[in-house]
Design a protein around this ligand. Structure first.
Ligand code: NAI
Length: 333
């Protein structure tokens, strides 16, 4: 079955071509993001392969189904970009890669914390400029701080394990608590309110769902400790960016590290260095000295890309062979 890849980059081609070598499936790679205008590219493809910023709302799915698409293979863990109800109504199956390397994202999260705390980005540029002053680089010991983990699934657990190694106190909040979290050091589950009130660092690892949309908002920020470090490597819409900007301006939020941004579809994964960015909110965020933004690279390790390609092709093979779909995403409603 021919597979159309949307939003594909050179590294997608490299890893998928390697993984496909024994199978010799026909694959076509498009740079374009999936939307109503670009859906036509998949005209003769029963399988389409999407990434996080491809958009598959009802009108796009209707067009795809009418063109003969049967399977949407997400090469991501998250599936908030696909209208699952419409997909089910149209008989379109959806599969994803639930776990490729929780360590990749967890380690990147820790990277953001270390870089923000010790101002590594400023230090690096300073030393390159032969400026060896330490003014403005003062950090704090991570050892002994309290880290709040919101969402203690695969990535949240991997992150908690690393922070336990630093000697941090761990507080967790999850809609579905699990024993693996409380097995880490002295980790404790608490209510969301308690986590917000007692954490020096808060890191988001829950999925984007209607109930987690804008989980970080004016009210939740008001409950946080002054100077808190807020990290989001999960999904941009977990954070109300305007509320966070107010939190930074009022010094309530002392540090912000984000690998995801609510309007990232317009920006991330593309070189805009020669253009004038029109997103004033993003530009304002960039202007703060205590904000560090990376462009959705948490997943981006060799290990993760190999697993993503292998699992996606295995998902497609199951579909071709009419087998039960191990990693099917079922509409919850
Ligand atoms: P997971 O499914 O293993 O864990 C998610 C956890 O969130 C579960 O324990 C679940 O019970 C919990 N949860 C669900 N609803 C909740 C709620 N209302 N409040 C609090 N917790 C809730 O998922 P995994 O693999 O740990 O991934 C987490 C998120 O990380 C994904 O949803 C995705 O958005 C993001 N991600 C980001 C990547 C990046 O490159 N930056 C790459 C991969 C995933």
């Amino acid at each position: 079955m021919k597979i159309a890849f949307f939003s594909s980059k050179a590294y997608d081609r490299q890893f998928f071509q390697q993984a496909n070598h024994p199978h010799q499936r026909e694959m076509v790679f498009f740079d374009a993001q999936l939307n109503l205008d670009t859906a036509i590219l998949a005209e003769d493809c029963p399988v389409i392969c999407l990434f996080v910023n491809d958009q598959a709302p009802a009108p796009v799915l209707e067009k795809l189904a009418a063109q003969g698409t049967k399977l949407i293979a997400l090469r991501s863990a998250g599936y908030n970009n696909v209208d699952l109800k419409t997909a089910a109504d149209l008989g379109l199956k959806v599969v994803h890669v639930p776990s490729y390397s929780p360590h990749a994202v967890a380690e990147h999260t820790v990277g953001l914390i270390l870089a923000l705390n010790r101002k590594l980005y400023r230090a690096y540029n300073r030393v390159r400029d032969d400026n060896f002053s330490l003014e403005g680089l003062l950090g704090f010991d991570l050892h002994g701080t309290t880290v709040g983990v919101i969402g203690t699934g695969k990535i949240g657990l991997a992150f908690a394990q690393i922070m336990n190694g630093f000697g941090c106190h761990l507080l967790g909040y999850d809609a579905f608590p699990n024993d693996k979290f409380t097995a880490i050091g002295q980790a404790l589950y608490v209510s969301l309110n308690e986590l917000l009130a007692h954490s020096d660092i808060i890191s988001l690892h829950c999925p984007l769902l209607p109930e987690t949309h804008y989980l970080i908002n004016t009210n939740t920020i008001a409950q946080m400790k002054p100077g808190v470090m807020l990290i989001n490597t999960s999904r941009g819409h977990l954070i109300d960016t305007q509320a966070v900007i107010q939190g930074i301006k009022s010094h309530k939020i002392g540090f912000l590290g984000i690998d995801v941004y609510e309007e990232e579809e317009e920006l991330f994964f593309t070189d805009h260095s020669d253009t004038i960015i029109q997103d004033d909110t993003f530009q304002l965020l960039q202007s703060f000295p205590n904000v560090m933004i990376t462009a959705h690279q948490g997943f981006f390790t060799h290990n993760a890309l190999q697993t993503i390609a292998a699992t996606t092709l295995a998902n497609i093979a199951e579909f071709e062979q009419n087998k039960p779909l191990t990693y099917q995403v079922i509409c919850p409603h």
